[in-house]
Design a protein around this ligand. Structure first.
Ligand code: CU
Length: 280
C-alpha cells in the first residue's frame, strides 16, 4: 500500500487510541456518583473534596479526595495524605474521630477516608481542615475553613460513660433504611484527649428501637451490636416494621459487661439516655 493511503489510517488509529484513555474520561468515571464539596488551592496543587451529598454534615462523612497538579492539569496518583479536622470553640479547640486516607478501591486518582463531626455551630461554622500530603518526596500542608451543617436527626452521640471516659458514637448504616431487617453499622470512639479519638474495641451495644409516636412499640428480631475487628466497626440487626420516626435506644457495655451508658426501655422509662435517631 502506498504511503498516502497509510497515513490517514495511522491518524485515525492515533485519534481513537487517544480518545479512549484521555483525561476527560478518567474525570467523569472516577468521581461518578460524587458531588464536589469544596476545592482547596495550595500553591501548585488543587485539592478536591467530594462526598455523596456535596456537603459536610454532623455525623459520619465518607470523603473522597483528589489532588490536581495545576501546572500539568493532571491528577496525582501516588500521593500520601493525612488530615486533621479541628473545631474552634470559645474556650478551646478539639478534633474529631477520623480514619487514615488511602487510595479508593479500583481508582487511580481518588483517595478516601472518613471524618465524624460530632458537633457544629448552627450557622455551620467552627471547623477547619488541615491536609498534609507528600508528592515525590516533597511535603505540603494546607489549612482551610470548612462548613459542617447540622444533620436533621441525631446520627451521632457524644457522652460521658460511667467509667469517666468520653465516647463518640456514630450511625453509619443503614443509609437507606427499608421495612426489613436492616444491617446496622456504627463507629465507637474514645476521646483520649482533644486531638486523639481511638477506636473502642470489643464492647457491646444493646439495641432497642422504638416508635415514640405509636405507643413506643418496638420490633422483633433485633440483635445487639458487636465489634468486627476486620473493619473496626460495630454491627447488628435493626428491624424496622414501618416507615416513620424511630428512636434507636442503646446501652453501651464494656468487655466485662458493665453498663457504661444507657438504660432499658420499660413502661416507666420510655427512652434510654443513649440513643440515635432514624426517619424514613
Ligand atoms: Cu466543638
Amino acid at each position: 500500500m502506498k504511503l498516502k493511503y497509510l497515513l490517514p489510517i495511522a491518524f485515525i488509529a492515533l485519534f481513537f487510541s487517544c480518545s479512549t484513555d484521555n483525561d476527560d474520561d478518567a474525570i467523569v468515571n472516577e468521581t461518578e456518583g460524587l458531588e464536589l464539596i469544596q476545592t482547596i488551592i495550595n500553591d501548585n496543587q488543587t485539592i478536591e473534596l467530594y462526598n455523596e451529598k456535596g456537603m459536610f454534615e454532623t455525623g459520619y462523612n465518607l470523603i473522597s479526595l483528589r489532588i490536581k497538579d495545576n501546572t500539568t492539569d493532571s491528577y496525582i496518583e501516588d500521593a500520601t495524605l493525612s488530615w486533621m479536622p479541628m473545631m474552634q470553640m470559645p474556650t478551646m479547640e478539639h478534633s474529631s474521630p477520623k480514619s487514615t486516607i488511602s487510595k479508593a478501591l479500583g481508582k487511580d486518582t481518588v483517595y478516601e477516608g472518613f471524618i465524624i463531626y460530632q458537633m457544629t455551630n448552627t450557622d455551620a461554622s467552627g471547623w477547619s481542615l488541615t491536609l498534609n500530603y507528600t508528592i515525590d518526596g516533597t511535603d505540603y500542608s494546607v489549612t482551610e475553613t470548612i462548613s459542617v451543617f447540622q444533620y436533621e436527626n441525631q446520627n451521632t452521640a457524644s457522652f460521658m460513660g460511667s467509667d469517666d471516659t468520653k465516647y463518640i458514637l456514630a450511625l453509619i448504616e443503614p443509609k437507606d433504611p427499608s421495612i426489613a431487617v436492616n444491617e446496622m453499622k456504627v463507629g465507637l470512639f474514645k476521646m483520649e484527649n482533644m486531638m486523639t479519638f481511638p477506636v473502642v474495641e470489643d464492647y457491646t451495644i444493646a439495641l432497642d428501637p422504638r416508635m415514640p409516636g405509636m405507643g413506643n412499640h418496638t420490633s422483633p428480631n433485633n440483635t445487639d451490636l458487636t465489634y468486627n475487628n476486620a473493619d473496626n466497626f460495630y454491627y447488628g440487626d435493626l428491624s424496622l416494621t414501618m416507615t416513620g420516626y424511630w428512636k434507636l435506644n442503646l446501652k453501651l457495655m464494656n468487655a466485662d459487661d458493665s453498663v457504661l451508658k444507657g438504660e432499658d426501655v420499660t413502661d416507666e422509662n420510655e427512652a434510654s439516655s443513649l440513643y440515635l435517631e432514624l426517619e424514613f
